[in-house]
Each structure stands twice: as structure tokens, then as C-alpha cells.
Ligand binder design. Structure first.
Ligand code: GLC
Ligand code: CA
Length: 522
């Protein structure tokens, strides 16, 4: 595992929405470069960029049409190389997004694969041998090509699945994971990784990393074997490169597949979602289901949250994986609803403070540091659907388009928050107690305090769901009180307050925490 990860804090940038430098309404690489000092000032020393390759953008760039070329709307490969250099000069690392499971349906490999004549790409994707032969339990397309066969999808219709083989092939058209065609797919991905790493990238966030091997690979032994093979080809040449998986199963991704970090996310409804998500008033798509009490975030002030729901899931994963790699808990990402919207600004700030002080390598989603809000009711953009409201442009200041772009308002990628009190960097810079400055203080403290970094120990002090929730990082004591009431508790010894949100008063071997407060004690 690269040693720089122990003190890394990532900032995720959705490139189309961060900073437009040429008034065409779309964020770009020069824009990102112009904001590197800002990102670094937050205490973030690493960046993850969502896909910025040539693409028809039917899934915001996760439908790649050329793995080795920057989409012209963002700039050129040279601009990206310059970004790497500018980041490195500031002591920062940059991860690109690798999409290994599928390409765009417009990728030249796929266009070749669609041809009826056999060629070098015939087996690069997963095809049955008849247009009338579908694929059980998988999404597939029939009847759309001259080639006689159905092809498998990995996500949307525009994203055909690359062929890494089947764990136990049992049809003529299914190949084993070591079939030369499947090895060729792996090697093609190794080549893509090598290309960017040689040009200065510091690693990859890997999209749908668990999705490679098909069939009955539920236990993921096939997919883990493929990753181990890929890493054995990439790591010797690039020992400092870092890899974070979108997998949400650290026992498999860290211990089994060999990733350095794994995102703790998603839809199990018992982990990340109990911290950061409140399904109750998020979006029509989530309103369809029955709303249960556990759909409330722990940090919702009046919902009587129970931290043990998170701990039950997290602690066992943390204990099982901490010697192999890091769990990465994001404050949000381009797929999840922003916390602010269903949570209040203060509730979200407490959730972020908690996430950013846990072990592992945290990821801050652009705009979360100012409490940007989920924008309801937007028409889907580039395959975003309900994710669109999370992908609106960064709000820098009070000028046109909140400083994101000087282009016409009707040409910008997405509208910025129209509310009169939309949070901006400029406003929050002025207030030492703002959301922005609080996040910054936490991250700078973390960067200068070994105990709070990725492999500092983590221990829960409470026995159950007592308020405040107290936890230890090495010898530091941290507390959070998400409720509306003041609580006093005994602690192990007299301690002083290093950082706080809200009212926190230390006493003799005790601490009093006001409503919705957080503290780090020495
Ligand atoms: C991942 C990405 C998401 C994308 C999907 C398909 O979940 O985070 O944005 O749509 O994979 O590539
Ligand atoms: Ca632009």
C-alpha cells in the first residue's frame, strides 16, 4: 500500500461542474487547475476526477469511447498532464476514474465487435451465439446488430459489458476467465492504466470494480483473481499508485482483490446510508417505497437515531480489513443525494465531522464543504436522473452562475442553486465559524495529527446508543451529540477541547455537550 495514503484526504471533482474557464458553460481542466490552491487550502491533498475521456456522455462519461483521450470539452491530454504537474507541485496526488467493466456502445472496440465478420474484437464483449438466445439474469440487447447474437449490458443500454469471462462457463458462448480473449481484455485495461500512470496520474478510482466476471461469481473469487492478476502487472512498475474500488465490500476488495481502499457506500441501508442519508424527503424516486424509521440519518436531530446500526456493520468490516487497506467513507458522491436537502446544514456538518475523523481515507465531494444543497426537480442530464440534483455547478461567489462560468445562463451544464441564500465559497470564507471553515479546520487538524489519520486506532467508548456518542482515535477522545438537548457525561480524565462545533464545555473528568455539537478532545 502506498505510504502517502495514510495522510491522504481526497476531494472528488465532477469535472463538468467545477469551474468553466472558457465560457462554454462546461467545467474544464484549466478551470480545475485554477482552483487547485482552493482545494489544497481545505486540507485536501488528493483529488479524484470523474471520467474525463472522449464519450457520448449518455452516462456522464462513464460510457467511455476512448480510454486514452481527454474529451475536447474538458481540454486536451496536455492540459491533464499539466494538471498532474500542478497538483504534484502542491504536494497533491490525482486519481483518474477507470471504467473497466464496460465501454460506450460507440467505442471502436464495440463497433468492431458488432460486425458479423470475425475480427480482433469479436470476443472483447459478451455475446451469445444467436439473436434469439438471451442471457438469463443479466441485461442484454437483442436484434440491434448484423452480428447474430445478443450482447450483455453492464449498466445502461449504452454500456455493453467487456468480456472478462465466466466463473463456470456452461454455454458454448461463455468463456472461462483465462480464455485468451478474456486475458486480452485484462491486458487492454493494464495498458490503459500504464498509459495514464506513465503520464503522471497517481492511481485510479475503479468504477463497479466488482462487476468483471460474470455467471455465478457471487463470492467474487473470479473477479478477485482478475484484479490480483491486473495488480501484479501494474504495481511493480508503479509502486506508489493507489487504487480505490467502488465495491462496498472491503473483505473482498481489500483482502481478496488487493485494492488499497474501498468505498463504504450504498444501498445496504445499514452503513453509510445510516449516517448521511435521509430517504424521507429526498426525491420522488425514493419516496415510492415505504419509509422506515431506519431510513433517517443518525444525525437527524429529532429522529432518535441509533449509532449502533452503523457500528454493527462498520466495526466488523473495519476489524476484518484494517491490516489490508482502508475503508473510504465519502461525504457524498456524484451518485448519492447531497446530504443538505434532506438534512439541515448543521446535521450535515455533524455527519461530515464524524466521517472525516474516522479511520481510513475520507473523500469530500465538491461543494459538500459549503453545504451545497441537493437540487430537486431538475430534468435529467447525461444519464443523471435523480443523481442530477447532486451534480450542479460549484458555487464560488455571487456573480453570474455563482462564478462557475461567465457563459450565458442557459448554456451552463446545469443551473446553480437559484435560492437567494445559496451557499458560496466567497461568503463562507468571511465567517470563521462557517461550514467551510469548520471542515477546513477539521482537515487541517487531521493533516497535522497522526492520531486522526488513516491508520490511527479507532475505539468506541459507549456500550450502546448513549448520547453523546464518544469514540477514541489513539488517545484522543471525540464526541458527537446529534440531539437537540444538552448532555453532560463523565470521561476518563480531565481533557481540553482542540476543536468543537456548537457548545462544548470541559469539566473535571467530564464534558458537557450542547445541542447538535461535536468535539475533539486532548
Ligand atoms: C458507477 C458510477 C456511476 C455510473 C455507473 C456505471 O456506479 O459511479 O456514476 O453511472 O458506475 O458506470
Ligand atoms: Ca469550458
Amino acid at each position: 500500500m502506498p505510504s502517502w495514503l495514510n495522510n491522504a484526504v481526497f476531494y472528488e471533482i465532477y469535472p463538468q461542474s467545477f469551474q468553466d474557464s472558457n465560457a462554454d458553460g462546461i467545467g474544464d481542466l484549466n478551470g480545475i487547475i485554477s482552483r487547485l490552491d482552493y482545494v489544497r487550502s481545505l486540507g485536501c491533498n488528493a483529488i479524484w476526477l470523474n471520467p474525463l475521456y472522449v464519450s457520448p456522455f449518455k452516462d456522464a462519461g462513464y460510457d467511455v469511447a476512448d480510454y486514452k483521450k481527454v474529451a475536447p470539452r474538458y481540454g486536451s491530454n496536455e492540459d491533464l498532464y499539466r494538471l498532474f504537474g500542478e497538483a504534484h507541485r502542491r504536494g497533491m496526488h490525482v486519481l483518474l476514474d477507470l471504467v473497466p467493466g464496460h465501454t460506450s456502445e460507440k467505442h471502436p472496440w464495440f463497433l468492431e465487435s458488432c460486425r458479423p465478420e470475425r475480427n480482433a474484437y469479436t470476443d472483447r464483449y459478451i455475446w451469445t451465439d444467436s439473436a434469439f438466445q438471451g442471457i438469463a439474469n443479466h441485461l442484454y440487447i437483442a436484434g440491434d446488430t448484423d452480428r447474430d447474437g445478443c450482447y450483455m449490458l453492464n449498466f445502461f443500454k449504452s454500456q455493453p459489458a467487456l468480456n472478462y469471462g465466466w466463473l463456470h462457463p456452461n454455454e458454448e458462448w461463455q468463456m472461462g476467465i483465462d480464455d485468451p480473449a478474456c486475458v486480452a481484455t485484462r491486458d487492454a485495461m493494464v495498458e490503459v492504466m500504464t498509459f495514464w500512470l506513465s503520464h503522471g496520474a497517481d492511481g485510479f478510482r475503479v468504477d463497479m470494480a466488482d462487476s468483471l466476471v460474470k455467471g455465478d461469481d457471487e463470492k467474487k473469487s473470479g473477479t478477485c483473481a482478475v484484479w490480483r492478476d491486473i495488480f501484479s502487472k501494474v504495481r511493480p512498475k508503479f509502486p506508489d499508485a493507489a487504487f480505490v474500488s467502488e465495491w462496498d465490500n472491503p473483505e473482498l476488495s481489500l483482502n481478496g482483490a488487493g485494492f488499497d481502499m474501498d468505498f463504504y457506500l450504498n444501498n445496504r441501508g445499514n452503513g453509510y446510508t445510516t449516517l448521511a442519508r435521509d430517504f424521507v424527503n429526498y426525491d420522488a424516486n425514493y419516496k415510492r417505497g415505504v419509509t422506515r424509521p431506519e431510513d433517517h440519518s443518525y444525525f437527524k436531530k429529532d429522529a432518535g437515531g441509533d449509532i449502533t446500526r452503523f457500528l454493527k456493520d462498520y466495526l466488523k468490516r473495519y476489524e476484518a480489513t484494517k491490516d489490508h487497506g482502508f475503508i473510504s467513507i465519502p461525504t457524498g458522491n456524484h451518485d448519492t443525494p447531497r446530504m443538505v436537502g434532506s438534512l439541515t446544514d448543521r446535521e450535515a456538518l455533524l455527519a461530515e465531522a464524524f466521517i472525516l475523523t474516522l479511520p481510513g481515507v475520507p473523500f469530500l465531494y465538491y461543494g459538500d464543504e459549503i453545504g451545497m444543497r441537493y437540487q430537486k426537480g431538475l430534468v435529467s442530464k447525461e444519464g443523471g436522473y435523480q443523481r442530477t440534483g447532486t451534480r450542479t455547478p460549484m458555487q464560488w461567489d455571487a456573480t453570474k452562475n455563482h462564478g462557475f462560468s461567465t457563459g450565458a445562463e442557459d448554456t451552463v451544464y446545469l443551473p446553480t442553486d437559484p435560492s437567494a441564500d445559496a451557499p458560496t465559497v466567497e461568503e463562507e470564507e468571511k465567517d470563521p465559524a462557517s461550514h467551510l471553515n469548520t471542515i477546513r479546520n477539521i482537515l487541517i487538524l487531521r493533516e497535522n495529527t497522526e492520531e486522526l489519520q488513516a491508520d490511527g486506532s479507532f475505539e468506541v467508548v459507549n456500550k450502546g446508543n448513549e448520547v453523546p456518542f464518544l469514540y477514541r482515535r489513539e488517545d484522543m477522545l471525540l464526541g458527537v451529540n446529534p440531539t437537540g438537548e444538552t448532555r453532560e457525561v463523565e470521561i476518563d480524565r480531565d481533557r481540553s477541547v482542540v476543536l468543537k462545533i456548537g457548545e462544548v464545555t470541559p469539566g473535571a473528568k467530564s464534558i458537557t455537550m450542547g445541542p447538535q455539537s461535536f468535539c475533539i478532545l486532548l
